[in-house]
Design a protein around this ligand. Structure first.
Ligand code: ZN
Ligand code: ZN
Length: 292
């Protein structure tokens, strides 16, 4: 009954985003499920989920076509077998456009293993560039002179994406804004789950979310689309660590208002590792200091 993201609780809550996906995502509750599931947002935009049966991280990946190139954001977790799916989608797109080739760029929401495990298969793919994993690699590829303060434009050809550096969860983290669909691809920095922030990166993370909130004031966002789901549909309740099925799973989409909610949540001290701050749709989770 009612909207899934509209449960009342303390603090300002934004209206729920529209339902962007026609199907339910594979969630490990149906016995045998395919290794991946693809849903289209339009004829040029595909979201791929890796089955939780192949890896408990069950990440979401994004494939965006422009006239001149196609961008894959993340290559999956271990056992993902993502490349054949991407090859198939590119093949179908080329056939629909009566073309024979389009360069593929593989970039990453950030450099954690569950987002880069498929890179090797793409490194040997023709007409493909795999972006490096360090902040300097990401900055130089996207032409970001002043990391992390500068927001770059990366044009796929008739589709000028904005690339926002968002170090905090991890040093090389970015978000990607697509003005055409008004979606923000947010990686592990904001998604319906546990937002892990090493305590030594809290200042970086706060600054990233402040910049993001300023950006969001001037750019309409229909939905924030992250890289995992770890929340149930019960407000504030997540799954256990490494759960192998997600009954009653939260939607992937978060409203733009989640950015402000995260921004204000980050104003708390949060310097005690493993003392999470629970929100209805995500859990800010400080973790011990890391090196990157
Ligand atoms: Zn991560
Ligand atoms: Zn992740």
């Amino acid at each position: 009954m009612g909207c899934l993201l509209g449960t009342p609780s303390t603090g300002a809550k934004a209206a729920a985003p529209p339902h962007l996906f026609p199907e339910r995502w594979i969630d490990g509750t149906n016995g045998a499920e395919p290794a991946t599931q693809v849903q289209a947002l339009d004829a040029d935009t595909f979201v791929i989920r890796q089955s939780i049966a192949t890896n408990f991280e069950a990440p979401f990946l994004y494939l965006l076509f422009g006239r001149d190139k196609v961008l894959l954001i993340d290559s999956g977790a271990e056992n993902g077998r993502i490349r054949p799916v991407v090859d198939h989608l590119i093949g179908e797109w080329l056939a629909a456009h009566k073309r024979t080739s389009i360069p593929l760029i593989v970039a990453h929401s950030h450099s954690h293993g569950d987002h880069i495990a498929g890179d090797a298969a793409f490194r040997e793919r023709p007409d493909t560039t795999v972006v490096g994993l360090k902040p300097a690699d990401v900055a130089s590829f996207f032409g970001i002179g002043s990391w992390p303060d500068q927001i770059a434009t990366y044009d796929l050809g008739g589709r000028a994406l904005r690339i926002l550096p968002t170090p905090g969860h991890q040093a090389a983290a970015i978000m990607v804004y697509d003005p055409r669909l008004k979606i923000l691809i947010s990686g592990d920095t904001l998604y319906p789950g546990r937002l892990y922030i090493p305590v030594n990166f809290l200042p970086d993370n706060r600054a990233s979310i402040d910049r993001l909130a300023a950006f969001a004031k001037h750019h309409p966002i229909r939905a924030v689309l992250g890289a995992h789901i770890e929340m149930t549909r019960t407000p504030g309740r997540d799954y256990g660590h490494e759960a192998l099925s997600h009954p009653d799973e939260h939607r992937l989409e978060l409203p733009a208002g989640a950015i402000r909610e995260l921004q204000s949540g980050l104003k708390a001290r949060l310097d005690q590792p493993d003392q999470p701050q629970v929100h209805d749709h995500f859990i800010i989770t400080p973790v011990p200091a890391r090196t990157e």
